[in-house]
Design a protein around this ligand. Structure first.
Ligand SMILES: Cc1cc2nc3c(=O)[nH]c(=O)nc-3n(C[C@H](O)[C@H](O)[C@H](O)COP(=O)(O)OP(=O)(O)OC[C@H]3O[C@@H](n4cnc5c(N)ncnc54)[C@H](O)[C@@H]3O)c2cc1C
Length: 512
Protein backbone atom coordinates (compact mmCIF):
# COMPACT_ATOMS: atom_id res chain seq x y z
CA UNK A 1 0.00 0.00 0.00
CA UNK A 2 1.59 3.25 -1.02
CA UNK A 3 -1.01 5.83 0.03
CA UNK A 4 -3.42 6.20 2.92
CA UNK A 5 -5.79 8.56 1.13
CA UNK A 6 -5.94 9.82 -2.44
CA UNK A 7 -8.22 12.79 -3.05
CA UNK A 8 -9.39 13.32 -6.64
CA UNK A 9 -9.98 17.05 -7.03
CA UNK A 10 -8.12 20.08 -5.69
CA UNK A 11 -11.19 22.30 -5.57
CA UNK A 12 -12.04 23.97 -2.26
CA UNK A 13 -13.56 20.86 -0.73
CA UNK A 14 -10.75 18.48 -1.71
CA UNK A 15 -8.18 20.97 -0.38
CA UNK A 16 -10.08 21.45 2.87
CA UNK A 17 -10.21 17.69 3.39
CA UNK A 18 -6.47 17.49 2.69
CA UNK A 19 -5.83 20.06 5.46
CA UNK A 20 -8.09 18.23 7.91
CA UNK A 21 -6.44 14.86 7.23
CA UNK A 22 -2.98 16.36 7.65
CA UNK A 23 -3.94 17.96 10.96
CA UNK A 24 -5.10 14.50 12.04
CA UNK A 25 -1.74 12.97 11.12
CA UNK A 26 -2.58 11.48 7.69
CA UNK A 27 -0.80 12.80 4.56
CA UNK A 28 -3.11 12.53 1.56
CA UNK A 29 -2.12 12.86 -2.09
CA UNK A 30 -4.34 15.21 -4.05
CA UNK A 31 -4.79 14.82 -7.80
CA UNK A 32 -6.28 17.45 -10.06
CA UNK A 33 -6.70 17.11 -13.78
CA UNK A 34 -6.07 20.82 -14.43
CA UNK A 35 -2.44 21.91 -14.78
CA UNK A 36 -2.92 24.87 -12.41
CA UNK A 37 -5.46 26.49 -10.11
CA UNK A 38 -8.54 27.43 -12.09
CA UNK A 39 -9.03 31.09 -13.04
CA UNK A 40 -12.79 30.58 -13.15
CA UNK A 41 -14.52 32.32 -10.29
CA UNK A 42 -17.65 30.75 -8.93
CA UNK A 43 -18.44 31.73 -5.34
CA UNK A 44 -18.22 35.36 -4.36
CA UNK A 45 -18.32 34.55 -0.71
CA UNK A 46 -19.05 32.22 2.16
CA UNK A 47 -22.36 32.30 4.00
CA UNK A 48 -23.29 30.52 7.21
CA UNK A 49 -21.71 28.48 9.95
CA UNK A 50 -18.74 27.62 7.72
CA UNK A 51 -17.30 31.05 8.56
CA UNK A 52 -17.12 30.06 12.24
CA UNK A 53 -15.74 26.66 11.27
CA UNK A 54 -12.90 28.34 9.34
CA UNK A 55 -12.23 30.62 12.30
CA UNK A 56 -11.79 27.45 14.35
CA UNK A 57 -8.96 26.43 12.04
CA UNK A 58 -7.29 29.86 11.93
CA UNK A 59 -8.35 30.30 8.30
CA UNK A 60 -10.86 33.12 8.82
CA UNK A 61 -8.02 35.47 9.67
CA UNK A 62 -6.15 34.57 6.47
CA UNK A 63 -9.24 34.99 4.32
CA UNK A 64 -10.62 38.16 5.88
CA UNK A 65 -7.28 39.81 6.61
CA UNK A 66 -8.65 40.76 10.03
CA UNK A 67 -7.55 39.56 13.45
CA UNK A 68 -11.05 40.26 14.79
CA UNK A 69 -13.38 37.29 15.29
CA UNK A 70 -16.17 36.89 12.73
CA UNK A 71 -19.42 38.76 13.38
CA UNK A 72 -22.87 37.79 12.08
CA UNK A 73 -24.36 39.76 9.17
CA UNK A 74 -27.15 42.19 10.12
CA UNK A 75 -29.11 41.47 6.94
CA UNK A 76 -29.41 38.80 4.28
CA UNK A 77 -31.90 37.69 1.69
CA UNK A 78 -34.06 34.59 1.13
CA UNK A 79 -35.66 34.10 -2.29
CA UNK A 80 -35.16 37.84 -2.99
CA UNK A 81 -36.99 38.72 0.23
CA UNK A 82 -34.99 40.83 2.70
CA UNK A 83 -34.23 39.24 6.08
CA UNK A 84 -33.69 41.67 8.96
CA UNK A 85 -31.27 39.65 11.07
CA UNK A 86 -30.38 42.56 13.34
CA UNK A 87 -33.53 41.72 15.35
CA UNK A 88 -32.24 38.27 16.32
CA UNK A 89 -30.60 37.69 19.70
CA UNK A 90 -28.61 34.76 18.39
CA UNK A 91 -28.01 35.51 14.70
CA UNK A 92 -26.34 32.48 13.03
CA UNK A 93 -25.75 34.02 9.57
CA UNK A 94 -22.05 34.81 9.20
CA UNK A 95 -20.75 36.08 5.87
CA UNK A 96 -17.32 36.45 4.33
CA UNK A 97 -17.22 38.16 0.93
CA UNK A 98 -14.16 36.59 -0.63
CA UNK A 99 -13.86 35.16 -4.15
CA UNK A 100 -13.58 31.40 -4.52
CA UNK A 101 -10.23 31.78 -6.30
CA UNK A 102 -8.82 33.34 -3.13
CA UNK A 103 -10.39 30.63 -0.94
CA UNK A 104 -8.72 27.98 -3.06
CA UNK A 105 -5.39 29.82 -2.93
CA UNK A 106 -5.49 30.06 0.89
CA UNK A 107 -6.50 26.40 1.26
CA UNK A 108 -3.76 25.31 -1.12
CA UNK A 109 -1.15 27.33 0.80
CA UNK A 110 -2.33 25.79 4.07
CA UNK A 111 -2.34 22.27 2.62
CA UNK A 112 1.23 22.73 1.35
CA UNK A 113 2.33 24.09 4.74
CA UNK A 114 0.92 20.92 6.29
CA UNK A 115 2.92 18.74 3.89
CA UNK A 116 0.19 17.67 1.44
CA UNK A 117 1.32 16.61 -2.02
CA UNK A 118 -0.80 18.21 -4.73
CA UNK A 119 -0.30 16.77 -8.22
CA UNK A 120 -1.76 19.07 -10.84
CA UNK A 121 -2.28 17.83 -14.38
CA UNK A 122 -3.01 14.35 -12.95
CA UNK A 123 -6.45 13.02 -13.86
CA UNK A 124 -8.15 10.06 -12.24
CA UNK A 125 -9.35 7.90 -15.13
CA UNK A 126 -10.28 4.57 -13.60
CA UNK A 127 -10.52 2.76 -10.27
CA UNK A 128 -11.03 -0.72 -8.88
CA UNK A 129 -11.52 -1.83 -5.29
CA UNK A 130 -10.80 -4.94 -3.27
CA UNK A 131 -10.99 -5.70 0.44
CA UNK A 132 -7.74 -3.94 1.29
CA UNK A 133 -7.70 -0.89 -0.88
CA UNK A 134 -8.34 0.97 -4.11
CA UNK A 135 -6.25 0.93 -7.27
CA UNK A 136 -6.48 4.23 -9.08
CA UNK A 137 -5.44 4.81 -12.69
CA UNK A 138 -4.06 8.27 -13.30
CA UNK A 139 -3.25 10.12 -16.54
CA UNK A 140 -0.32 12.38 -15.67
CA UNK A 141 1.81 14.78 -17.71
CA UNK A 142 4.40 12.05 -18.20
CA UNK A 143 1.92 9.31 -18.99
CA UNK A 144 -0.43 6.94 -17.25
CA UNK A 145 0.39 5.35 -13.90
CA UNK A 146 -1.27 3.53 -11.02
CA UNK A 147 -1.66 4.41 -7.37
CA UNK A 148 -2.65 2.05 -4.64
CA UNK A 149 -4.44 3.62 -1.68
CA UNK A 150 -6.43 2.57 1.36
CA UNK A 151 -9.16 5.11 0.64
CA UNK A 152 -10.13 7.31 -2.28
CA UNK A 153 -12.19 10.48 -1.90
CA UNK A 154 -13.93 11.85 -4.98
CA UNK A 155 -13.94 15.62 -4.59
CA UNK A 156 -14.03 15.96 -8.35
CA UNK A 157 -17.06 18.22 -8.73
CA UNK A 158 -20.61 17.87 -10.02
CA UNK A 159 -19.56 15.74 -13.02
CA UNK A 160 -17.56 13.47 -10.69
CA UNK A 161 -15.76 10.69 -12.52
CA UNK A 162 -15.30 8.94 -9.17
CA UNK A 163 -19.05 8.84 -8.60
CA UNK A 164 -19.68 7.53 -12.11
CA UNK A 165 -16.95 4.86 -11.86
CA UNK A 166 -18.53 3.61 -8.62
CA UNK A 167 -21.92 3.40 -10.33
CA UNK A 168 -23.48 5.76 -7.78
CA UNK A 169 -26.64 7.34 -9.19
CA UNK A 170 -27.18 11.10 -9.07
CA UNK A 171 -30.96 11.52 -9.09
CA UNK A 172 -32.61 14.91 -9.17
CA UNK A 173 -33.85 17.48 -11.62
CA UNK A 174 -32.39 19.55 -14.43
CA UNK A 175 -34.10 22.84 -15.10
CA UNK A 176 -33.64 24.23 -18.58
CA UNK A 177 -35.85 27.25 -18.23
CA UNK A 178 -33.53 29.99 -17.02
CA UNK A 179 -30.54 32.02 -18.15
CA UNK A 180 -28.27 33.88 -15.73
CA UNK A 181 -25.85 36.54 -16.87
CA UNK A 182 -23.33 38.38 -14.77
CA UNK A 183 -20.20 40.42 -15.01
CA UNK A 184 -17.86 42.90 -13.40
CA UNK A 185 -18.69 46.47 -14.44
CA UNK A 186 -18.08 50.09 -13.48
CA UNK A 187 -21.15 52.02 -12.39
CA UNK A 188 -21.17 55.86 -12.52
CA UNK A 189 -20.60 57.24 -9.00
CA UNK A 190 -23.66 59.52 -9.22
CA UNK A 191 -25.94 56.45 -9.36
CA UNK A 192 -24.74 55.17 -5.98
CA UNK A 193 -26.65 56.26 -2.90
CA UNK A 194 -24.02 57.53 -0.41
CA UNK A 195 -26.16 56.47 2.57
CA UNK A 196 -27.44 53.00 1.64
CA UNK A 197 -24.73 52.07 -0.90
CA UNK A 198 -27.61 51.08 -3.19
CA UNK A 199 -27.97 51.77 -6.88
CA UNK A 200 -30.40 54.37 -8.31
CA UNK A 201 -31.28 53.08 -11.75
CA UNK A 202 -32.56 55.99 -13.90
CA UNK A 203 -36.19 55.36 -14.80
CA UNK A 204 -36.50 52.47 -12.35
CA UNK A 205 -35.54 53.62 -8.85
CA UNK A 206 -33.38 52.47 -5.93
CA UNK A 207 -32.05 48.91 -5.64
CA UNK A 208 -30.32 47.90 -2.39
CA UNK A 209 -26.84 46.37 -2.62
CA UNK A 210 -26.27 42.60 -2.30
CA UNK A 211 -30.01 41.87 -2.34
CA UNK A 212 -31.67 39.78 -5.04
CA UNK A 213 -34.26 42.05 -6.61
CA UNK A 214 -37.24 40.36 -8.33
CA UNK A 215 -39.32 42.00 -11.04
CA UNK A 216 -42.06 40.53 -13.26
CA UNK A 217 -39.39 39.75 -15.84
CA UNK A 218 -36.56 38.27 -13.81
CA UNK A 219 -34.02 38.89 -11.11
CA UNK A 220 -31.38 41.60 -10.78
CA UNK A 221 -28.47 41.80 -8.35
CA UNK A 222 -26.10 44.70 -7.72
CA UNK A 223 -23.12 43.57 -5.63
CA UNK A 224 -20.33 46.11 -5.00
CA UNK A 225 -17.70 43.69 -3.63
CA UNK A 226 -14.34 45.11 -2.49
CA UNK A 227 -12.77 43.14 -5.37
CA UNK A 228 -15.08 44.73 -7.98
CA UNK A 229 -18.72 45.54 -8.71
CA UNK A 230 -20.80 42.67 -10.07
CA UNK A 231 -24.19 42.95 -11.73
CA UNK A 232 -26.23 39.89 -12.42
CA UNK A 233 -29.56 38.97 -14.00
CA UNK A 234 -31.66 35.82 -14.19
CA UNK A 235 -34.39 35.46 -16.80
CA UNK A 236 -36.90 32.71 -17.33
CA UNK A 237 -36.13 31.89 -20.90
CA UNK A 238 -33.31 30.34 -22.86
CA UNK A 239 -33.37 32.70 -25.80
CA UNK A 240 -29.69 33.20 -24.98
CA UNK A 241 -27.42 34.38 -27.71
CA UNK A 242 -25.11 31.75 -29.14
CA UNK A 243 -22.39 34.38 -29.40
CA UNK A 244 -19.74 34.67 -26.66
CA UNK A 245 -21.11 36.56 -23.67
CA UNK A 246 -20.60 40.34 -23.86
CA UNK A 247 -21.31 43.45 -21.80
CA UNK A 248 -23.88 44.44 -24.43
CA UNK A 249 -25.74 41.17 -23.86
CA UNK A 250 -25.73 41.95 -20.13
CA UNK A 251 -27.05 45.47 -20.88
CA UNK A 252 -29.90 44.09 -22.97
CA UNK A 253 -30.78 41.58 -20.25
CA UNK A 254 -30.86 44.31 -17.57
CA UNK A 255 -33.15 46.37 -19.81
CA UNK A 256 -35.54 43.41 -20.13
CA UNK A 257 -35.51 42.66 -16.37
CA UNK A 258 -35.78 46.24 -15.05
CA UNK A 259 -37.49 47.86 -18.02
CA UNK A 260 -34.81 50.57 -17.80
CA UNK A 261 -31.23 51.08 -18.92
CA UNK A 262 -28.36 50.87 -16.45
CA UNK A 263 -25.51 52.95 -17.82
CA UNK A 264 -22.34 51.06 -16.95
CA UNK A 265 -18.86 50.73 -18.34
CA UNK A 266 -16.28 47.94 -18.51
CA UNK A 267 -14.56 46.97 -15.25
CA UNK A 268 -11.44 48.81 -14.14
CA UNK A 269 -8.25 47.33 -12.75
CA UNK A 270 -6.32 44.22 -13.52
CA UNK A 271 -8.93 41.57 -12.96
CA UNK A 272 -9.44 38.73 -13.64
CA UNK A 273 -12.94 39.98 -14.46
CA UNK A 274 -16.02 37.85 -14.58
CA UNK A 275 -18.36 37.82 -17.57
CA UNK A 276 -20.55 34.76 -17.92
CA UNK A 277 -23.80 33.30 -19.09
CA UNK A 278 -25.19 30.17 -17.43
CA UNK A 279 -28.22 28.36 -18.74
CA UNK A 280 -30.37 25.96 -16.73
CA UNK A 281 -29.24 24.26 -13.57
CA UNK A 282 -29.17 20.96 -11.72
CA UNK A 283 -30.42 19.91 -8.31
CA UNK A 284 -29.10 16.44 -7.58
CA UNK A 285 -28.05 14.33 -4.60
CA UNK A 286 -25.87 11.20 -4.83
CA UNK A 287 -27.68 7.97 -3.97
CA UNK A 288 -24.96 7.25 -1.45
CA UNK A 289 -21.85 9.10 -0.30
CA UNK A 290 -19.78 5.93 0.16
CA UNK A 291 -18.95 2.86 -1.87
CA UNK A 292 -16.76 0.60 0.30
CA UNK A 293 -13.40 2.42 0.37
CA UNK A 294 -14.46 5.32 -1.82
CA UNK A 295 -16.21 8.43 -0.47
CA UNK A 296 -17.80 11.38 -2.24
CA UNK A 297 -17.34 14.94 -1.08
CA UNK A 298 -18.75 18.37 -1.97
CA UNK A 299 -20.27 18.90 -5.41
CA UNK A 300 -19.49 15.26 -6.27
CA UNK A 301 -22.17 14.35 -3.70
CA UNK A 302 -24.65 17.20 -4.21
CA UNK A 303 -25.40 20.05 -6.62
CA UNK A 304 -28.11 22.69 -6.33
CA UNK A 305 -28.85 26.27 -7.27
CA UNK A 306 -26.25 28.79 -6.08
CA UNK A 307 -29.00 31.08 -4.75
CA UNK A 308 -28.03 32.37 -1.32
CA UNK A 309 -24.51 30.92 -1.70
CA UNK A 310 -24.93 27.70 0.31
CA UNK A 311 -22.50 25.49 -1.66
CA UNK A 312 -19.31 25.98 0.31
CA UNK A 313 -21.13 26.18 3.63
CA UNK A 314 -22.19 22.63 2.88
CA UNK A 315 -19.10 21.26 1.14
CA UNK A 316 -16.40 22.62 3.45
CA UNK A 317 -18.31 21.38 6.48
CA UNK A 318 -18.61 17.96 4.78
CA UNK A 319 -14.81 17.99 4.54
CA UNK A 320 -14.43 18.92 8.21
CA UNK A 321 -16.86 16.14 9.17
CA UNK A 322 -15.11 13.53 7.04
CA UNK A 323 -11.47 14.38 7.80
CA UNK A 324 -11.19 13.22 11.40
CA UNK A 325 -13.37 10.16 10.81
CA UNK A 326 -11.27 8.94 7.89
CA UNK A 327 -8.09 9.63 9.86
CA UNK A 328 -9.46 7.63 12.83
CA UNK A 329 -10.15 4.73 10.49
CA UNK A 330 -6.58 4.87 9.18
CA UNK A 331 -5.08 5.17 12.68
CA UNK A 332 -7.12 2.11 13.66
CA UNK A 333 -9.12 3.59 16.51
CA UNK A 334 -12.38 4.42 14.75
CA UNK A 335 -15.34 2.88 16.57
CA UNK A 336 -17.68 0.75 14.41
CA UNK A 337 -19.91 2.90 12.22
CA UNK A 338 -17.89 6.12 12.60
CA UNK A 339 -17.05 6.40 8.90
CA UNK A 340 -20.65 5.67 7.91
CA UNK A 341 -21.78 8.50 10.18
CA UNK A 342 -20.25 10.87 7.59
CA UNK A 343 -23.25 10.17 5.38
CA UNK A 344 -25.86 9.88 8.14
CA UNK A 345 -24.76 13.27 9.48
CA UNK A 346 -24.14 15.15 6.25
CA UNK A 347 -26.92 13.85 3.99
CA UNK A 348 -29.63 15.65 6.02
CA UNK A 349 -27.58 18.86 5.75
CA UNK A 350 -27.45 18.43 1.96
CA UNK A 351 -31.18 17.63 1.83
CA UNK A 352 -31.95 20.89 3.61
CA UNK A 353 -29.87 22.86 1.12
CA UNK A 354 -31.66 21.14 -1.76
CA UNK A 355 -34.97 22.04 -0.11
CA UNK A 356 -34.28 25.68 0.60
CA UNK A 357 -32.60 26.46 -2.71
CA UNK A 358 -35.59 24.97 -4.54
CA UNK A 359 -37.96 26.95 -2.30
CA UNK A 360 -36.03 30.12 -3.11
CA UNK A 361 -36.11 29.34 -6.83
CA UNK A 362 -39.90 29.06 -6.55
CA UNK A 363 -40.09 32.41 -4.75
CA UNK A 364 -38.16 34.27 -7.43
CA UNK A 365 -40.08 32.83 -10.40
CA UNK A 366 -42.28 35.11 -12.50
CA UNK A 367 -46.07 35.23 -12.43
CA UNK A 368 -48.90 36.72 -10.38
CA UNK A 369 -49.26 33.56 -8.23
CA UNK A 370 -45.65 33.93 -7.15
CA UNK A 371 -46.22 37.63 -6.47
CA UNK A 372 -49.10 36.60 -4.20
CA UNK A 373 -47.00 33.95 -2.49
CA UNK A 374 -44.32 36.56 -1.87
CA UNK A 375 -46.85 38.92 -0.32
CA UNK A 376 -47.89 36.17 2.09
CA UNK A 377 -44.27 35.23 2.78
CA UNK A 378 -43.51 38.90 3.48
CA UNK A 379 -46.25 38.92 6.12
CA UNK A 380 -44.81 35.80 7.73
CA UNK A 381 -41.37 37.42 7.81
CA UNK A 382 -42.68 40.11 10.14
CA UNK A 383 -42.58 37.43 12.84
CA UNK A 384 -39.11 37.16 14.37
CA UNK A 385 -39.51 33.40 14.86
CA UNK A 386 -39.91 32.91 11.09
CA UNK A 387 -36.80 34.99 10.41
CA UNK A 388 -34.87 32.91 12.97
CA UNK A 389 -36.13 29.65 11.44
CA UNK A 390 -34.96 30.70 7.98
CA UNK A 391 -31.67 32.09 9.29
CA UNK A 392 -30.93 28.81 11.09
CA UNK A 393 -31.79 26.82 7.98
CA UNK A 394 -29.71 28.91 5.56
CA UNK A 395 -26.70 29.01 7.83
CA UNK A 396 -26.84 25.32 8.74
CA UNK A 397 -27.27 26.20 12.42
CA UNK A 398 -30.33 23.96 12.68
CA UNK A 399 -28.23 20.84 12.11
CA UNK A 400 -28.15 18.57 15.13
CA UNK A 401 -26.27 15.31 14.81
CA UNK A 402 -27.93 12.31 16.39
CA UNK A 403 -25.52 11.70 19.29
CA UNK A 404 -26.34 10.05 22.57
CA UNK A 405 -26.90 12.46 25.46
CA UNK A 406 -29.52 14.75 26.87
CA UNK A 407 -27.65 18.03 27.19
CA UNK A 408 -29.12 20.64 24.78
CA UNK A 409 -25.67 21.24 23.23
CA UNK A 410 -25.07 17.56 22.37
CA UNK A 411 -24.79 17.12 18.61
CA UNK A 412 -24.57 20.88 18.04
CA UNK A 413 -21.58 23.09 17.13
CA UNK A 414 -19.69 24.36 20.17
CA UNK A 415 -20.75 27.82 21.32
CA UNK A 416 -18.26 30.68 21.01
CA UNK A 417 -16.81 30.59 24.52
CA UNK A 418 -14.13 32.78 26.03
CA UNK A 419 -12.14 30.90 28.66
CA UNK A 420 -9.72 31.92 31.38
CA UNK A 421 -6.65 29.70 31.22
CA UNK A 422 -3.31 29.86 33.04
CA UNK A 423 -1.98 31.98 30.19
CA UNK A 424 -4.93 34.41 30.05
CA UNK A 425 -8.24 34.78 28.19
CA UNK A 426 -8.61 32.73 25.08
CA UNK A 427 -11.40 32.12 22.59
CA UNK A 428 -12.49 28.53 22.07
CA UNK A 429 -11.84 29.09 18.34
CA UNK A 430 -8.15 29.59 19.10
CA UNK A 431 -7.91 26.28 20.99
CA UNK A 432 -9.48 24.14 18.28
CA UNK A 433 -6.92 24.90 15.57
CA UNK A 434 -5.05 21.65 16.18
CA UNK A 435 -8.21 19.78 15.10
CA UNK A 436 -7.69 17.40 18.05
CA UNK A 437 -10.60 16.11 20.14
CA UNK A 438 -10.79 18.30 23.27
CA UNK A 439 -12.27 17.92 26.72
CA UNK A 440 -12.95 21.37 28.16
CA UNK A 441 -13.05 20.91 31.91
CA UNK A 442 -14.35 24.10 33.54
CA UNK A 443 -15.14 22.46 36.89
CA UNK A 444 -13.28 23.73 39.95
CA UNK A 445 -10.00 21.78 40.21
CA UNK A 446 -10.53 20.06 36.83
CA UNK A 447 -12.59 17.31 38.42
CA UNK A 448 -13.03 15.42 35.13
CA UNK A 449 -9.37 15.12 34.16
CA UNK A 450 -9.12 11.52 35.44
CA UNK A 451 -11.96 10.41 33.17
CA UNK A 452 -9.61 10.81 30.20
CA UNK A 453 -7.35 7.95 31.33
CA UNK A 454 -7.11 5.62 28.35
CA UNK A 455 -7.74 8.38 25.79
CA UNK A 456 -4.80 10.74 26.33
CA UNK A 457 -3.27 9.66 23.00
CA UNK A 458 -6.40 10.87 21.16
CA UNK A 459 -8.02 13.55 23.32
CA UNK A 460 -6.48 16.68 24.87
CA UNK A 461 -7.60 18.21 28.14
CA UNK A 462 -8.21 21.96 28.42
CA UNK A 463 -8.61 22.92 32.07
CA UNK A 464 -9.92 26.48 32.35
CA UNK A 465 -12.30 28.77 34.13
CA UNK A 466 -15.45 30.03 32.44
CA UNK A 467 -15.30 33.76 31.67
CA UNK A 468 -18.90 34.28 32.79
CA UNK A 469 -21.81 32.65 34.61
CA UNK A 470 -24.22 30.32 32.86
CA UNK A 471 -21.74 28.37 30.72
CA UNK A 472 -21.55 24.57 30.68
CA UNK A 473 -19.02 23.18 33.15
CA UNK A 474 -17.65 20.62 30.70
CA UNK A 475 -17.69 20.02 26.96
CA UNK A 476 -16.30 17.15 24.95
CA UNK A 477 -15.63 18.42 21.43
CA UNK A 478 -15.07 16.35 18.33
CA UNK A 479 -12.42 17.71 15.94
CA UNK A 480 -15.22 19.19 13.81
CA UNK A 481 -16.13 21.25 16.91
CA UNK A 482 -19.46 19.50 17.43
CA UNK A 483 -20.32 18.74 21.04
CA UNK A 484 -20.11 15.00 21.79
CA UNK A 485 -21.02 15.43 25.47
CA UNK A 486 -21.63 18.30 27.88
CA UNK A 487 -22.42 18.90 31.53
CA UNK A 488 -23.71 21.78 33.62
CA UNK A 489 -22.73 20.28 36.94
CA UNK A 490 -19.89 21.98 38.91
CA UNK A 491 -19.24 18.65 40.68
CA UNK A 492 -19.91 15.85 38.15
CA UNK A 493 -20.86 12.58 39.89
CA UNK A 494 -19.97 8.99 38.95
CA UNK A 495 -22.96 8.77 36.61
CA UNK A 496 -21.77 11.80 34.66
CA UNK A 497 -18.24 10.44 34.43
CA UNK A 498 -19.68 7.21 33.04
CA UNK A 499 -21.67 9.19 30.48
CA UNK A 500 -18.48 11.03 29.52
CA UNK A 501 -16.61 7.74 29.07
CA UNK A 502 -19.47 6.39 26.95
CA UNK A 503 -19.30 9.49 24.75
CA UNK A 504 -15.50 9.16 24.49
CA UNK A 505 -15.87 5.54 23.38
CA UNK A 506 -18.61 6.31 20.83
CA UNK A 507 -16.65 9.13 19.23
CA UNK A 508 -13.02 8.12 19.61
CA UNK A 509 -13.02 4.37 20.22
CA UNK A 510 -12.30 2.26 23.29
CA UNK A 511 -9.86 3.30 26.04
CA UNK A 512 -6.39 1.82 25.64
C1 LIG B 1 -21.92 30.39 -10.77
C2 LIG B 1 -21.69 29.79 -9.42
C3 LIG B 1 -21.71 30.61 -8.31
C4 LIG B 1 -21.52 30.07 -7.05
N1 LIG B 1 -21.56 30.90 -5.96
C5 LIG B 1 -21.35 30.38 -4.74
C6 LIG B 1 -21.30 31.23 -3.60
O1 LIG B 1 -21.44 32.47 -3.69
N2 LIG B 1 -21.06 30.67 -2.39
C7 LIG B 1 -20.86 29.32 -2.26
O2 LIG B 1 -20.64 28.86 -1.14
N3 LIG B 1 -20.88 28.49 -3.32
C8 LIG B 1 -21.11 28.98 -4.55
N4 LIG B 1 -21.10 28.16 -5.63
C9 LIG B 1 -20.86 26.71 -5.43
C10 LIG B 1 -19.37 26.37 -5.31
O3 LIG B 1 -18.66 27.03 -6.33
C11 LIG B 1 -19.19 24.86 -5.40
O4 LIG B 1 -20.02 24.27 -4.41
C12 LIG B 1 -17.72 24.46 -5.17
O5 LIG B 1 -16.89 24.86 -6.23
C13 LIG B 1 -17.61 22.94 -5.04
O6 LIG B 1 -16.29 22.63 -4.72
P1 LIG B 1 -15.72 21.16 -4.96
O7 LIG B 1 -14.33 21.19 -4.43
O8 LIG B 1 -16.67 20.16 -4.43
O9 LIG B 1 -15.75 20.96 -6.55
P2 LIG B 1 -15.07 21.83 -7.70
O10 LIG B 1 -14.86 23.24 -7.27
O11 LIG B 1 -15.87 21.57 -8.92
O12 LIG B 1 -13.63 21.18 -7.86
C14 LIG B 1 -13.48 19.90 -8.43
C15 LIG B 1 -12.02 19.74 -8.85
O13 LIG B 1 -11.87 18.39 -9.31
C16 LIG B 1 -11.05 18.41 -10.47
N5 LIG B 1 -11.36 17.19 -11.23
C17 LIG B 1 -12.48 16.89 -11.92
N6 LIG B 1 -12.41 15.66 -12.42
C18 LIG B 1 -11.22 15.16 -12.06
C19 LIG B 1 -10.56 13.92 -12.27
N7 LIG B 1 -11.11 12.92 -12.99
N8 LIG B 1 -9.32 13.71 -11.74
C20 LIG B 1 -8.74 14.70 -10.99
N9 LIG B 1 -9.33 15.90 -10.78
C21 LIG B 1 -10.54 16.11 -11.29
C22 LIG B 1 -11.42 19.69 -11.18
O14 LIG B 1 -10.39 20.12 -12.05
C23 LIG B 1 -11.63 20.65 -10.01
O15 LIG B 1 -10.44 21.33 -9.67
C24 LIG B 1 -21.30 28.66 -6.91
C25 LIG B 1 -21.26 27.84 -8.03
C26 LIG B 1 -21.45 28.39 -9.28
C27 LIG B 1 -21.40 27.49 -10.49
Amino acid sequence: MTEDVVIAGAGPNGLMLACELSLAGVRPTVLDRLPGRTQENRANGLVGQVVRALDRRGLYERLSGSAEPPRPSPAFVFGAMPLDLSRLDDNPVYGLPVPQRRIEQVLEERALELGVEIRRGHELTSLSQDEDGVTVEVAGPEGAYRLRTRHLVGADGGHSVTRKLCGIGFPGVTRDGSTSRGGHVTVPAELIDPVTGGLNVPGYGPIPPFMHHRTDHGLFVYAPFPTGTLVHTTEWSQDGDDQPMSLDELRRSIRRVLGADLPFGPPEGEGPHQLRRLTGGNTRLAERFRDHRVLLLGDAAHVHSAIGGPGLNLGLQDAINLGWKLASEIHGWAPPGLLDSYETERRPAAERVVMHTQAQSALIAPGPEVTALRALFGELLRDERTVKHIADMMSGADIRYDLEGTHPLTGRPAPDLVLETETGSVRLAELTRTARPLLFDLTPGAALAGALDGWHDRVDLVAAKPSREGLPTALLLRPDCYVAWASDSPTPDAKERDALRTALTSAFGAAR
